[in-house]
Design a protein. Sequence first.
Lengths: 105, 195
Amino acid sequence: MKKIAYLLLIFLSLNSYAATQRVEVMGMVCAFCAQGIEKSLQTIKDVNDVYVNLDNYFVIIESKNTVGIPDEMIKNIIVDAGYDVKKIETINASVKEIRAKYEKK
Amino acid sequence: MAAPMSYKGSNTTMIDLSQHYSKIDTSYALTAKDALGLKLFQAKGEGYKLTGEEFYYLRRLHRINAVESQTNLWLFLGAGIMDVKKNNRSDDQAYVSPTIQADYETRRLYIMGSYQLMRVAHDNFDTSKFKAGFSFYKTSYEETQPWFILEFSHTNSVSEKLEIVPTLRLINKALYFEAGISTAGDPKLHLMYTF
């Protein structure tokens, strides 16, 4: 029984993704300005990786934890960088996967 | 990016170099809308040589963030000391210099207009600027984006002529570089870095 519980725990941990959030940002028209968003987000200790996509006006935030970064904290950081947030949603993909999808063109 | 200000807590440093105008400028963003800065500059023109040290406050008065564009209205309030050399006479003068600037930017288009009021004793050194340009193509966040910008500027007293400068602008994340040659043959460099 103990063995089954242990194996189940390993299985669950292998399948538990770090939380990834997709943030739609208004006014993100150049890399010089957008780098402020990337730098500010990277100062949060729970953030593992950040991906900025100017073509589709979104930022992806991958957390080290499974719950993600509080929406209010993300909004404050983006507003402090000079932009507005349109939408925040949790998605089921890593920054690596999203980067590969959009940068392979 | 059209003003020396980035995200809250950031420093922005700019350098301008040309035969007639040189400047070093550094600022710190206290909030997303306010920055404090210091600049040293030198301008040479018809009979004049101006050397100044200025402390300024920059306020982002208004910003419209749309999905594909950004529109800004900025106010600079500068105060400093300027050494005005004219006809072998040299005088240190205190001055106050407000500037109003508006800009509109998309990923392919850039338009900016500004007016700087600068009155020193009985001299009028007001400067007006207009810049407009386009990016050759869209780039991803990681790539260097090239732009062509045409700049028109005029400073009272220093020059009677309108200066026109075709400029190549390159932007790569925190680095912003411009190089151009005025129609009078004066090469110009502009470098801006945020950290």
